[in-house]
Design a protein around this ligand. Sequence first.
Ligand code: UGA
Length: 433
Amino acid sequence: MKLTIIGTGYVGLITGACFAEFGYETVCVDKDLDRINQLNDCICPFYEPGVEELLNKHLNKTKLLSFSNSLPQSVHNADIVFITVGTPSKRLEGDADLSFVWDVAREISQNIKKYCLVVTKSTVPVGTTQHVKQIILENVNQESFDVVSNPEFLREGSAIDDFMRPDRVVIGCENKKSENIMKELYRPLNLNETPIVSTSIESSEVIKYASNSFLATKISFINQVANLCEQVGANIQDVAKGMGIDKRIGSKFLHAGPGYGGSCFPKDVKAFINTAKKNNVDFSILSAVDSFNDGRISEITKKIISKSNLNKGDTATMLGLSFKPNTDDIRDSTSIKIAKILNEKGINIKCYDPEAMTNAKKENSFLVLSDDAYAACEESKVIIIGTEWNEFRALDLKQIIGKQNNLCIFDLRNIYNPKELKELGYNYFGTGT
Ligand code: UGA
């Protein structure tokens, strides 16, 4: 089977590299020639564990993977064409901006030479795949193609593992022919008995948004319970543990923190709310999830300032800048949002992140970068643990605190034991403890 992936962003690149690992001849296409040249040199434009090894293996050894900036040639021979271009939020409305998807659909339609599947893998609102079909039908007759929805559920930082060992694969098809091709494509996952959910195109598109929105709801829920715990002397980690053991609830995505960030949840939640609005459906639960998450940053910043008595001219340290560990992605990073608000109040921000400092500095020149966590903490009045990188879990706090008796530690991700630290006399503030 010959595969073409259009868009070499996060989803496209991981998908391409993993399909090559399955043994398929895969071409990844992007308009950005610099990016294509970089990829052909085996350089991944973002940090993701394991991806460069896969690129190296399939570009140089098996030769199953290639990169091109020519869409026409890559579509001519393809059995399956995946659309994996970005669907960012439109600035004001919160709707997904689908202009890249429409452009690519038009270009595909001008280059279909034999029967193929056109698969939407980008996160797209319900109705998008049918619209892609209508665009293609302007140039190609129905016998020459089928459209399919096949959303991805990859998490940044563990994307390759998620691709190789997914909880499920969702395929939304209109007929048996396309369903059978998609099942054949994912046959390598039979070995670990991955369930394949075969459904309509519309259900498949909704599954993606409903899944991300449900996880975001779990996070806002546990963060509100964390606020309550702080008021009544309970410990959110014990509470989450006690809840999560119940299989109906599940322990995952019950970690309290500064709110959800990243390139997916904030944008997908807003887009899903808009879909509900357009269809006159009450989705007040999700609106509450969204507005609480948006407001959480300023609430947390207020807490940091008031508990530590931070003033203009003081220095605070932010440990962790990426929106989560094991990535250099800073999109909608809660650490950076908090750092920005503090900086606007005249507070100097020293910081350290194992991977995200270059990206962070590009857009936030006020950040003072340090070589490691210890250097970042020197002469600070406040230390904020913003991202739960493993290397922050076992810091020598005695060395950090030294003679600075009043130093406050805000552990936004609860990676330390509050009881132990408080007993040692530290000014420690967890989240929900
Ligand atoms: C998320 C989904 O988990 C993937 O299944 C999906 O494919 C992806 O979006 C997407 O739509 O492309 P990702 O954004 O990489 O993946 O990261 P998550 O691990 O889901 O974390 C999202 C945010 O929630 C982060 O800011 C994280 O810190 C926060 N979070 C997560 C919590 O605050 N508490 C938790 O318990 C879990």
